[in-house]
Design a protein around this ligand. Structure first.
Ligand code: BEZ
Ligand code: FE
Length: 294
C-alpha cells in the first residue's frame, strides 16, 4: 500500500507515461463528448511532444514567457495568437480540414485584417479611397456549383496599400481599400482597387521573434482578400493571389492554393474611354467564384 492510502496502488506517480494516463482519465467526468475527445487528444499530443524533445525546465519556461508576451501584445486591433496559429500553419490546416464543399472555390486563411461592417459600394466604384498603388479593375462573377449565377451574395473585399499595410495598421480610424458589395442578378461584382503587393506579416511581436529565431521569411505573396456570404450557401473566405509573385510557395502563413493564383493583366490606356481611369495604363483581373449550397 502506498503512503497515500492505496488510492493509487500499483501506480508509479512519477513515471512519465503514468502522468499522461492520469491526465487523460481526469477528463472522464466531462459532460461533452466532443470536449472530452479534444482534451484527451490534446493531452496525448502535448505530452508526446514534451517527451519527444525531452523538454527542459528552461525551454518550458521560455515557452510560457513567449505565450505571456503573445497575450500582452494582443488587443482588440491585434490578435497575436491568431498570428501564431497562422505562422505554424494551423490556421491553413484547419481551413483545409473543414473544406472543401464539392466543387466550390477553395478557402484560405482569414488573416487578422478583416473588419466587420465595411463601407458598402456599388458595382464599378473605387474602393481604394486614396490608397497608393497601381489602379486595378476587378470583375468577379459568383456562381453555384452547376454554373448558375447567384445574385445578392454579400462580397467583402480587403487589401493592403502599395507599401504593404492595411488601413487598420495605421494610426487613426481611416479605412481604405476595403468594401462590401452585393452581387447583381448575373452574379457580378466589379470595382476599382489597387494591384496587390507582397508584404511582411506583423513582425514586431513574438510571432516575428519566432520567424527571426528560426530564419523564416515573414513575407506573404501579393493577394486580395474576399469573403462571400449568402444564406443557404457555404461561406467562402479566400484570396486571389497574383501570378508570378516571387513569394508564392513560400507564404509565411502557408495560405497559398494553386487554384487561387490569377493573372492580373496589365492593360494599355485607352484615350477614348469614357472612364478617366481607363485612359491610363492599369491592371485588370477577372475571376469566377463558386459557392456550394448547404
Ligand atoms: C493577411 O493576409 O492579411 C494575413 C494573414 C495572416 C497573417 C497576417 C496577415
Ligand atoms: Fe492579407
Amino acid at each position: 500500500m502506498s503512503a497515500s492510502g492505496g488510492l493509487v496502488a500499483n501506480q508509479n506517480l512519477s513515471r512519465a507515461d503514468t502522468i499522461t494516463d492520469r491526465v487523460i482519465s481526469s477528463f472522464e467526468g466531462c459532460d461533452s463528448d466532443r470536449l472530452t475527445e479534444i482534451m484527451k487528444s490534446l493531452t496525448r499530443h502535448l505530452h508526446e511532444f514534451a517527451k519527444e524533445v525531452s523538454l527542459t525546465t528552461q525551454e518550458w519556461m521560455a515557452g510560457i514567457d513567449f505565450l505571456m508576451a503573445t497575450g500582452k501584445i494582443s488587443s482588440d486591433k491585434r490578435n497575436e495568437f491568431i498570428l501564431l496559429s497562422d505562422l505554424l500553419g494551423l490556421s491553413s490546416l484547419q481551413v483545409a480540414i473543414n473544406e472543401r464543399v464539392g466543387d466550390a472555390t477553395e478557402s484560405t486563411v482569414l488573416g487578422p485584417f478583416f473588419v466587420e461592417g465595411a463601407r458598402e459600394f456599388s458595382n464599378g466604384e473605387d474602393i481604394s479611397d486614396g490608397a497608393n498603388g497601381e489602379p486595378t479593375f476587378v470583375s468577379i462573377k459568383v456562381v453555384d456549383t452547376s454554373g448558375a449565377a447567384i445574385g445578392d451574395v454579400t462580397v467583402d473585399v480587403w487589401g493592403s496599400d502599395a507599401d504593404g499595410f492595411y488601413d487598420v495598421q495605421y494610426d487613426g480610424d481611416k479605412l481604405f481599400n476595403r468594401g462590401r458589395f452585393k452581387s447583381d442578378e448575373q452574379g457580378r461584382v466589379s470595382f476599382w482597387s489597387i494591384l496587390p503587393v507582397a508584404y511582411p506579416v506583423p513582425s514586431d511581436g513574438p510571432g516575428g521573434a519566432l520567424l527571426k529565431a528560426t530564419k523564416r521569411s515573414n513575407m506573404r505573396p501579393a493577394h486580395l482578400h474576399f469573403a462571400l456570404t449568402k444564406e443557404g450557401y457555404s461561406q467562402v473566405v479566400t484570396h486571389l493571389f497574383v501570378a508570378g509573385d516571387p513569394f508564392l510557395g513560400n507564404d509565411a502563413v502557408f495560405g497559398e492554393r494553386e487554384s487561387l493564383i490569377c493573372e492580373f493583366t496589365k492593360v494599355a490606356g485607352d484615350i477614348g474611354s469614357s472612364d478617366p481611369r481607363r485612359r491610363d495604363e492599369h491592371y485588370e483581373i477577372e475571376h469566377v467564384f463558386k459557392m456550394a449550397q448547404i
